[in-house]
Design a protein around this ligand. Structure first.
Ligand SMILES: C[S@@+](CC[C@H](N)C(=O)[O-])C[C@H]1O[C@@H](n2cnc3c(N)ncnc32)[C@H](O)[C@@H]1O
Length: 267
């Protein structure tokens, strides 16, 4: 693989800068979360079912709201991992403040080794565009699952990322490119007015580029579903099409979210 460290470093700076505005944003609604509201969206809550007693590894946990929500639902152990030290410090301090037991690790998920035998590895919305190498990613997920354990994946659909969100023109490759997509991120998806203007480096991944490494690593596909709405109003000019459902204003029914569950076979 190429030398991606300079891209990881730039992305880490960007994510560090995003934490503070996100804490005050409507989207992350920290006040409601502190008062007990789960940050999990309806899609994953329905699929995940009962989390009690589970050991969970949350990849790219940001400042830990979903990790802490899963801990509040009765998980036995939750470990959240993120490259942003500001996000991890914030997650630890929220856990302390709310008296929720969870561990947080500052690490690049692509450089993780085996840290446990988890019942569930969890990765959602806006995580994989920051990863250039889904073969290592899939190997790390498989390594950290116990036999019979599941990988839960729910992401913005790969088709979304071909669009320029303002013009809605098809502007980016659907498939992974060797070179990252470099853009200047202004504001953030949760607070357009946040005083941020920084470089970001991301990679698109088509469905087979996501799924095949997971199957090759030995996981078995249990569920795949596409949704024509997003639970987050995080792209420009989305329409509210129902309770907690947002859609880009496009002339066709367009996939917004891709959800998959894969299982590590018992033998
Ligand atoms: C959109 S947020 C994920 C939010 C997620 N839906 C959640 O549970 O809160 C993307 C996260 O990925 C993290 N990230 C980006 N590149 C990473 C990497 N190589 N290793 C670990 N975390 C990374 C960022 O710091 C950021 O917190």
């Amino acid at each position: 693989m190429g030398d991606y460290d300079k891209f990881y470093e730039a992305n880490k700076k960007l994510w560090n800068a995003r934490v503070q505005p996100h804490l005050g944003s409507k989207m992350y609604n920290l006040e409601a979360f502190k008062n007990g509201k789960s940050s999990l969206a309806e899609i994953e809550r329905q699929t995940l079912g009962d989390l009690s007693g589970k050991d969970i590894l949350h990849l790219q946990c940001h400042f830990g709201q979903d990790s802490l929500s899963m801990a509040r639902e009765g998980a036995n152990k939750v470990v959240g991992v993120d490259i942003s030290d500001v996000a991890i410090d914030t997650a630890r301090s929220l856990a302390r403040q709310l008296n929720i037991e969870a561990e947080f690790m500052c690490a690049n998920v692509l450089k993780l080794e085996k840290i446990g035998d988890f019942d569930l590895v969890f990765s959602t919305y806006g995580a994989i565009p920051w990863l250039p190498d889904l073969i290592s990613w899939a190997r790390i997920i498989n390594q950290n699952l116990k036999p019979g354990g599941q990988f839960y994946f729910c992401e913005f659909h790969p088709s979304m990322y071909i669009l320029d969100f303002d013009s809605k023109e098809m502007s980016y490759d659907y498939f992974t490119t060797a070179e990252p997509i470099m853009e200047i991120a202004e504001g953030t998806y949760a607070d357009a007015d946040a005083p941020i203007k920084m470089e970001e480096y991301s990679w698109n991944h088509g469905i087979s580029e996501i799924l095949t490494p997971l199957l090759d690593a030995g996981l078995k596909l249990i569920k795949i579903q596409e949704y024509d709405w997003s639970p987050y109003n995080c792209f420009p000019n989305m329409l509210n099409v129902g309770q907690g459902k947002y859609r880009m204003d496009l002339p066709i029914r367009f996939p917004h979210v891709l959800e998959m569950v894969l299982e590590k076979p018992i033998n």
